[in-house]
Design a protein around this ligand. Structure first.
Ligand SMILES: [Mg+2]
Length: 322
């Protein structure tokens, strides 16, 4: 099967099509109509076999996740996802793998009404690079650099579940089958917080998505905004699967330092909290307030009952170049 047959067979037929795509797959480049009152937001992420996923990862999960991690970046900017382009490097044309992979990718495209507008295929070690495009009303994008002392710090969902799944896969933890199924779902099929990001446009002073763990990712907000934060470790939202599987301090370490959560962390000024609570009353998974921004640049203070919490195990996290 050649490159053109491959695209035709797996990535064209019955995929979502949007009205704002003037020219999609099939020419030298795609042509898109960007509304004049919007700004274009673009994110790229790569997943490498053996680094970001392994052989036991189902192909459908790989297809879902390469889109989800990019859409999570768009969510953190408050953007509405619109178009995706995919660069696929494959060691061989494995039709069974490609069928499941394209199925996983197409499901998420359909759910968020995203159109695959192009890409490239090459032969080599299994690697996926996806670029996601989204739109945000002009001037309303969420950034990392707007947090101010006194703002409240929130996170969505629960933290540390994907990290627990990974630790189980690597035989560092053992947990019950039912909890394992739950956390594995979080690792394989993360949900980008698209609706939440859009609801935060008028409300949040800063936002980031959690890919490397709260401790490290909140650190990016603190650095960009030149502020500090106090976080109460007892307020971290934890799933039953996590709290019933490991001791309390280990659970907190998973929540702070393990990656792959793809939740949003954001800050809300006191003057916007009323609006925020009103908007969030309609939200299925209400975000949790975990602390407050301080005026000490880049100082992240972990607390329990107002006293410093010393239980952080920095070895726990994952640094790509560490
Ligand atoms: Mg990100």
């Amino acid at each position: 099967m050649g490159e053109f047959d491959l695209i035709d067979t797996f990535f064209t037929h019955r995929w979502p099509a949007r009205d704002d795509v003037a020219l999609g797959v099939g020419d030298d480049a795609a042509v898109l109509n960007v509304p004049s009152d919007s700004q274009l937001v673009i994110a790229t992420d790569t997943m490498v076999s053996g680094v970001h996923f392994d052989e036991q990862t189902p192909a459908r999960a790989v297809g879902h996740k390469i889109a989800a991690v990019n859409l999570s970046d768009l969510a953190a900017m408050g953007a509405e996802p619109t178009w995706l382009s995919l660069a696929l490097t494959l060691p061989e044309v494995d039709e069974e793998w490609l069928t499941s992979f394209s199925h996983g990718l197409r499901e998420i495209c359909e759910y968020y009404d995203c159109q695959l507008i192009g890409g490239d295929t090459t032969k080599g070690p299994l690697t996926l690079t996806l670029t996601a495009h989204g739109l945000v009303p002009r001037g309303q994008v969420l950034r990392r650099d707007g947090a101010k002392p006194g703002d409240w710090v929130y996170v969505s969902g629960t933290l540390g579940d994907a990290g627990l799944a990974l630790a189980c896969q690597q035989h560092q933890q053992s947990i019950s089958d039912s909890h394992y199924r739950r956390v594995l779902e979080r690792l394989y099929f993360p949900s980008p917080r698209i609706a939440l990001g859009q609801n935060l446009r008028d409300v949040a002073s800063s936002a980031i998505d959690l890919s490397d763990g709260l401790y490290s990712d909140l650190g990016h907000i603190l650095k960009s905004s030149q502020v500090g934060a106090r976080i109460d470790v007892d307020e971290l939202p934890l799933s039953l699967a996590l709290t019933e599987s490991v001791d309390a301090d280990t659970a907190i370490n998973f929540a702070l330092t393990s990656g792959d959560d793809y939740e949003l962390c954001f800050t809300v000024p006191e003057s916007k909290r009323g609006v925020f609570d009103t908007v969030m009353a309609r939200h299925p998974a209400k975000p949790t307030c975990i602390g407050r921004i301080t005026n000490q640049p880049e100082k992240l203070r972990l607390e329990r009952e107002g006293e410093p919490w010393q239980g952080l195990d920095k070895q726990h996290g994952y640094d790509h170049f560490g």
